[in-house]
Design a protein around this ligand. Structure first.
Ligand SMILES: O=C(O)C(=O)C[C@]1(C(=O)O)C=C[C@@H](O)C=C1
Length: 119
């Protein structure tokens, strides 16, 4: 009888500790995602800052905002790097098209602001 009770208790304990371990694993990876997401947004902010600086240069040198050949280069490099990280070409294309759109939007906005300010 006592053996049966010990057996049942140890099974319950195993389930419990298993659940605790699963929770630990989930929160461990979620924390990792939270940290990486912060870095991602921070990097995107840095990239846009560089894009705005390019926007000023383009305005000063009368260069058009959209530079398709340059964007193709950027995209190609990102697709190549993505391949080494198990990221599909489709995903990288969609991501970079959105980044490019925002980059152009920020440059145009900045140029419009500068024009309005008479700079
Ligand atoms: O390289 C430039 O000329 C940029 O302005 C940067 C950038 C980009 O976000 O990658 C943005 C717009 C251009 O069409 C090409 C590339």
């Amino acid at each position: 009888m006592i053996k049966k009770i010990i057996g049942s208790v140890s099974i319950i304990l195993c389930f419990y500790t298993g659940k605790v371990q699963a929770q630990d694993t989930l929160s461990y990876y979620r924390k990792q995602i939270d940290t990486l997401d912060k870095q991602l947004v921070d990097l995107l902010g840095q990239r846009m800052k560089a894009a705005r600086a390019i926007g000023i240069y383009k305005m000063d040198h009368k260069i058009g905002v959209v530079q398709s050949a340059r964007f193709e280069e950027v995209l190609k490099a990102a697709i190549q790097q993505g391949k080494t990280r198990q990221l599909s070409e489709e995903f990288i294309r969609a991501l970079y098209n959105d980044i490019h759109k925002e980059s152009i939007h920020q440059q145009e906005l900045l140029q419009a602001e500068r024009k309005q300010a008479g700079k």
